[in-house]
Design a protein around this ligand. Structure first.
Ligand code: ZN
Length: 513
């Protein structure tokens, strides 16, 4: 049986998740659900990155211990993922003791191999980023170095610290980036490659003095130091499937890992992660799928840009998780940033889910109930419909295998439109016995519901139950498989959204923006 291990980045829970987190997580969930539909063995992992200075500080501000704070936030994240119907198999937390042991042991091994060493460091440091910036990386404001992300002055810091010998892995990284297809789309691999070739690789700090950062995993042989949060966090991808604890499980899943990441963490998930794995004698991941961002008014959506679209808003406005998921996946893009507005999301939801799919299902269901009391027996399927189902389902599978979810949804849309046109053409309501037409339409609806099921799992299962057909694997789908449909209800799946509800001064503004 083929296996897929799919991961999201683990999220830093200093604040609740927003649409950007949802974008990544829903995509990973859709890939997981599609692969389960194809009857593959799937392990889908998400979770939280719980150590580090920022957490330490937020907890201090709230007057609670860091552990209490991250416990609470793990609950918050789980609630959001439930609201979006995320079907993760495991929620990893970096404060779990087995993970801490893996990090500690890995650190020790690299030290013993000479790949981690102690040395003095001095440089410009951003407290919010928890990292140093070298010349060329920071910006200058009135001659003073500023953080390019936080746009505030950097602090000059001098400390003894532990370093990871990233510089040793330059040839290895260049080879992986230029000779393999791990990074997808390939343009991202080229981007990293040219940076590596232009700048080379410098050793990176992997620990912080304990007096500065206490909330983290101690360096096992030097308790005056805390292991840097990035080293700790990256290792979640291997600790979560049994690295150093369950060898057979690790060996089953690791060769099939697919990481889903946003382009902002591309460097870490290629150069740093591939090197760290190599240092631990672990092969590189199978795939790193990189996506671009949702932007609003030209800026990446995020807390600092002040243009956050709350997940609650999506779920409420688009009729629960299905609508929210669909809208996000239709917008999803690997290569280029997508400008998102409420108006655009409304129009996707209304035309594709409410009109094309929802309306089709409702019309055909009502007709079947009226004309043949819901029982539709097998007939020859209209040739044109049969051909459309087969060819669009094939294209859909091709797209989904290439993880082109948005494209796959367009194939589903096309089938929905063909079926709606067919209803208008054959007018089943005018026929004494429209069984052939209804059966053809139901076979189309069955295919369409299967195609949409990774994205709109609730709606697909409601229709499968009310119309009496199983959601089979696309690979096993044959037109004419169903002997008899038994329609018991024709529910309204998606209520239309009234445009303009959120209009403020002629501009669409989501709450919180
Ligand atoms: Zn910063």
């Amino acid at each position: 049986m083929s296996v897929i291990y799919i991961t999201t980045p683990i999220y830093y829970p200093n604040a609740p998740p927003h649409i950007g987190h949802a974008y990544t997580t829903v995509f990973a969930d859709v890939i997981a659900r599609y692969n389960r539909l194809m009857k593959r063995k799937v392990f889908f992992m998400t979770g939280n990155d719980e150590h580090g200075l920022k957490i330490q500080r937020v907890a201090e501000k709230e007057g609670v211990s860091p552990k209490d704070f991250v416990d609470k936030m793990a609950g918050v994240y789980r609630q959001y993922w439930q609201a979006l119907n995320i079907s993760y198999d495991y929620f990893i937390r970096t404060t779990d003791s087995y993970h801490e042991k893996v990090v500690s042991e890995s650190f020790k091994r690299l030290y013993e191999k000479g790949l981690i060493y102690k040395a003095k460091y001095a440089g410009w440091y951003c407290v919010d980023c928890e990292r140093y910036y070298s010349p060329g990386e920071y910006i200058e404001v009135e001659g003073k170095p500023y953080c390019p992300i936080h746009n505030k002055p950097l602090e000059w810091l001098e400390e003894e610290t532990y370093y990871f010998k990233l510089s040793e892995f330059k040839d290895y990284i260049v080879k992986l980036l230029s000779e393999t297809k791990i990074v997808h789309p390939e343009s991202y691999a080229r981007e990293v490659l040219s940076r590596v070739q232009a700048e080379g690789l410098k050793d990176v700090s992997v620990a912080r003095p304990r007096e500065r950062v206490s909330w983290g995993i101690p360096v096992p042989f030097d308790p005056n130091y805390t292991i840097y949060v990035w080293f700790d966090a990256l290792l979640n991808y291997v600790s979560g499937i049994g690295y150093l604890t369950d060898e057979s499980r690790f060996n089953e899943y690791w060769p099939n890992v697919v990481h889903v990441i946003g382009k902002d963490i591309l460097w870490f998930h290629t150069v740093v992660w591939f090197s760290l794995l190599k240092a631990l004698d672990i092969p590189p991941p199978k795939r790193v799928i990189v996506h671009s961002f949702l932007i609003n008014r030209g800026l990446k959506i995020g807390k600092s840009a002040g243009n956050v679209i709350p997940i609650e808003f999506l779920v409420e406005r688009y009729n629960g998780s299905d609508g929210a998921r669909y809208v996000l996946m239709k917008l999803f893009n690997l290569d280029k940033d997508v400008e998102v507005t409420v108006e655009l999301m409304d129009s996707i939801y209304n035309s594709e889910l409410a009109d094309t799919y929802g309306n089709l299902v409702r019309r055909v269901g009502v007709l079947a109930l009226k004309k043949v009391r819901g029982k539709v027996y097998r007939r020859d399927v209209d040739k044109k419909i049969e051909e459309s189902i087969t060819s669009l389902l094939n294209k859909y599978v091709e797209d989904m295998e290439a993880m082109e979810v948005s494209k796959a949804l367009s194939e589903a849309q096309e089938l929905g439109k063909i079926l709606n046109t067919y209803v208008n053409e054959v007018k089943p309501w005018e026929r004494p016995d429209p069984s052939k037409e209804l059966y053809s339409l139901l076979e189309g609806i069955r295919a369409l519901s299967i195609m949409l099921s990774p994205v709109t799992p609730r709606a697909s299962s409601i229709i499968s139950e009310n119309f009496g057909f199983p959601l089979t694997s696309p690979a096993e789908f044959r037109v004419g498989q169903i002997e008899r449909y038994n329609i018991v209800d024709a529910p309204v799946l998606f209520k239309k959204v009234q445009a303009g509800r959120e209009k403020a001064g002629g501009q669409e503004n989501p709450p919180g923006s």
